[in-house]
Ligand binder design. Sequence first.
Ligand code: C2E
Ligand code: MG
Ligand code: MG
Ligand code: MG
Length: 288
Amino acid sequence: RAKSDGKGVFRFFEPEMDAAMQQRRELELDLRMALRRGEFELHYQPLASISTGDIKGFEALLRWQHPARGLLLPGEFIPTAEEIGLIVPIGEWVLKEACREAATWPDNIRLAVNLSPIQFRSDRLVDAVSEALDASGIGPDRLELEITETLFLADSDSVLALLHRLKALGVHISMDDFGTGYSSLNYLRSFPFDKIKIDRSFIRDMVDCAGAMSIIRAVGGLGTSLGMQTVAEGVETSVQLESLRMEGYNEVQGFLISRPLPAAAARDLLASRTPRETAPDMRTRPYI
Ligand code: C2E
Ligand code: MG
Ligand code: MG
Ligand code: MG
């Protein structure tokens, strides 16, 4: 172990050196190798029509098969990947891989991909999206790019310019985790989003909290008047589903429909459903 011998030798194992800092350093080193080693994979979570229960698309969700720690969720490594800029090459891999997978689905099934605000700092983004589309052969109208409100904390003029260039490719732009940001409503008028995905926290609280239900209702109304589709994420119970249906939401996503699935399982799910077949709990519409 290194120690100071009084002649200015660097001590790298200070007793007070944070265990968390060590861990963080290791995570960085591992992340830098993960792409090359092919340790990332995508899981796909269905988005279903609220009125028919048909699967309309899947959201690609990043997973990291860590050699020692097992399968890691994005919350455990994306913040670090963003801090060190690695989210840019990782994000390009996600786009390519997800579009390639979507090309195996029927062509009425859409693909949603999450973008990090860091990816908007480089001009590469528009090229990366169009290269992923070209390489896979899927039409741009099958791709939905999900952004969050944190994107607008950066230089919003250049962000808006990039969003318009993306939209000009023919892809759809969704506002993800809506309602958690600082100035949510303002962003809605700054860009013609195709979809609003209301944040999971409102769905979680809707039964116990009248305030959450009021916001769900208000966002449903906003979607209708602004001509934006509304999607609820994190739907876990049929009670939540029924309320969302009454509030006019277009699509649902959540464990009630399906957890995120490995690519092969998502393909199987599509193959097992003819377009008219729907999950039993989605078919009953008692209020009609
Ligand atoms: P998100 O885009 O809002 O994705 C939805 C998250 O909610 C996913 O978590 C999903 O597994 C989870 N979820 C879906 N339905 C339910 C439900 O009924 N109950 C509960 N408790 N959770 C549900 P996940 O996969 O851990 O992803 C977390 C976040 O990481 C995503 O939130 C997204 O912001 C980010 N992310 C995921 N993949 C990527 C990626 O490829 N690139 C970037 N930049 N971010 C990504
Ligand atoms: Mg998302
Ligand atoms: Mg979301
Ligand atoms: Mg979310």
